[in-house]
Design a protein around this ligand. Sequence first.
Ligand code: XMP
Length: 326
Amino acid sequence: MNENKRPDTMERITTKVLADAFIDEQVAKVRAQVGDKKVLLALSGGVDSSVVAALLIKAIGKQLVCVHVNHGLMRKGESEQVIEVFRNQLDANLIYVDATDRFLDLLKDVSEPEKKRKIIGGEFIKVFDEEASKLEGISFLAQGTIYPDILESDGVKAHHNVGGLPEDMQFELVEPIKLLYKDEVRVVGKALGLPSKMVDRQPFPGPGLGVRCLGAITRDRLNALREADAILREEFDICGLSKTVWQYFIAVPDMKSVGVRDDKRYEGWPAIIRAVNTTDAMSATIEEIPYDVLHKITNRITAEVEGINRVLLDLTPKPVGTIEWE
Ligand code: XMP
């Protein structure tokens, strides 16, 4: 039997009962595979790695070592949420690495999008590798591979992603959710007790806010982007759009315009709102955000975020614009 092929008889996991049965089966399987050995997991805080972490904590507890690398390009509060959920609530063995300075120093003055992605991906592997080599007695590497990853690639989590791990790591793989589709991963995550904020998270590019802080990243513009993005998410939660819109975020370009604040000239960056709907991310349509919501978001961002003096709305579907700006 090809264990990377989903059996035709496998029922789609849509309910808590089915999820619980899947969890019991995987817990037994992981225990049989791992025995009393240790497993390493790169925990980004995204849906897939979070669900794998929760499943493995249930199966093998402290034999799982999670490493969360904060590359300084996370959305507001996301690294904090990883620590709160996994270290404080689930009592996981979690190593938290704040590598912000390393990443931002390397990215200084780099404006070309592909180069930025390469630096972020390469440095992520380096940091993870360094942490792994400090640990003793690790025999397994867990990965949040899901079924579309297997269908679309060779079974390893997408190579363009920051989550791609060193090819030469000599570990046996543990991939408990590799036959699941995304919607099933979310059902299983909920059954494992993960908060909805984590399980229903929007897709977030591996390079994070790095591809939304357009051009050469500076700390002040990155901070402005993070704060404006947090306001957008808060307001989408309040008006309910967060339940229906597929992906929404702010991008901040590397340009300033003239404005006025407190009766004085105030030069600042524009915050660009992007909110799209799609089923497969290959094409996307624009969500129509009510004007009162847009006005409220604009008022809040321009009043509360240092350095932003305008708010713009991106009305471009994909094609011709990609979802991300870089
Ligand atoms: P584009 O910009 O190509 O994005 O229309 C399509 C979807 O993919 C996400 N995206 C990424 N996801 N690593 C990821 O894991 C990446 O490097 C990456 N780049 C884009 C994007 O957010 C959108 O959902």
